[in-house]
Design a protein around this ligand. Structure first.
Ligand SMILES: [Zn+2]
Length: 331
């Protein structure tokens, strides 16, 4: 083979390799779409796979490639890695933008409300926003939070549930959902700028500030009368809490701490308990904590309560029940 023919063959092989990688990426996207994955996720996933294959190819043929090709490929892989890192870290934002780009955006003092096309709420956004702005200021004031920016609030006519993404300052909710619950999840994230993984405190605080005209303490007391108010050591268990969702009982306990011991001590408890990190919560959810003898969320709450209030959780439990009894029992 002549030198010229050999060079032509090398160039053809290079282009064939690039074409194979592009074809592979397109196959990933096609199969992913068949499986119902979103387009941005598929693009970033398939480009990441192609990047890994290219890296493996470079490592395998490194010695046989010319210096120029090695340098060019390494530079291209390094630049692509930066782009992929940016893509992965912004994937959630890109998907949120694409999913809601047709929704009406209405900006109030503390929120950007996003309303579904055709929603019955579109003509009444001003009063809907106004009560939420007032609640936002009350919750921020009570929790001593200097909130950075506005909350993106996605309002559905019917979603069937609500949730918050505190790190992204987002709320997704039915238009009829309580005014304060989900926004309190977002605001309270900024007490320590860490997520709260002790569900008893997280849901208790959001329910305590939900602005619903319900006396949470009375609901807890009524459960106590029927012997259906579990001990705090049981409510502190993440999984047990999730099974029965005793939101009002948790709100009563949180309210008891705030109303009898003060907000400053409660905020200290919150700061301490947010040190229980997300990775430990995941291990707990998968039943790994017990096998590895790791601290679970219940142990963490017990230790934090002891440090902040100088009492054990069962002692606080007895005092909370006596306080409920004194408040509601007939004299
Ligand atoms: Zn909640």
């Amino acid at each position: 083979m002549t030198q010229r023919a050999f060079t032509r063959l090398k160039t053809t092989c290079r282009w064939a390799a690039v074409a194979c990688l592009v074809a592979l990426a397109l196959i990933f996207v096609y199969v992913g779409q068949l499986l119902g994955r979103s387009l941005p996720t598929l693009i970033v996933t398939s480009l990441s796979s192609v990047w890994l294959l290219s890296l493996a190819g470079l490592a395998a043929f490194y010695g046989r490639l010319s210096r120029r090709v090695r340098r060019g490929t390494s530079l291209a892989l390094a630049c692509t890695l930066v782009l992929l890192a940016l893509g992965w870290s912004n994937l959630y934002r890109i998907e949120t933008y694409l999913n809601y780009r047709d929704w009406l955006a209405y900006e109030s003092k503390h929120f950007v409300f996003h309303c579904a096309p055709g929603s019955s709420l579109r003509d009444d956004m001003e009063s809907y926003a106004s009560v939420r702005d007032t609640a936002f200021e009350q919750v921020c004031g009570a929790l001593k939070v200097d909130f950075p920016g506005k909350i993106d609030f996605y309002v559905y006519d019917f979603l069937g549930m609500g949730w918050a993404v505190p790190e992204e300052r987002q709320v997704f909710a039915d238009k009829g959902q309580t005014i304060g619950h989900e926004m309190t999840h977002v605001i309270s994230y900024y007490i320590a700028r860490r997520p709260q993984k002790i569900v008893l405190l997280n849901e208790g605080l959001a329910t305590y500030f939900n602005q619903k005209p319900v006396d949470h303490h009375q609901v807890a007391w009524e459960h106590m009368q029927k012997n259906t108010l579990p001990p705090l050591t049981a409510l502190a268990d993440r999984k047990a809490f999730r099974r029965s969702n005793p939101y009002y009982q948790a709100a009563s306990f949180v309210g008891y701490l705030i109303e009898t011991r003060g907000m400053d001590q409660f905020l200290r408890l919150w700061q301490e308990t947010t040190c229980y990190v997300e990775s430990l919560a995941i291990l707990e959810d998968f039943n790994v904590s017990g096998h590895l003898d790791l601290e679970d969320s219940g142990d963490h709450l017990v230790a934090s309560v002891q440090r902040v209030y100088g009492e054990s959780l069962p002692e606080l439990d007895s005092e909370w029940r006596a306080w409920l009894q004194g408040r509601y029992a007939a004299p």
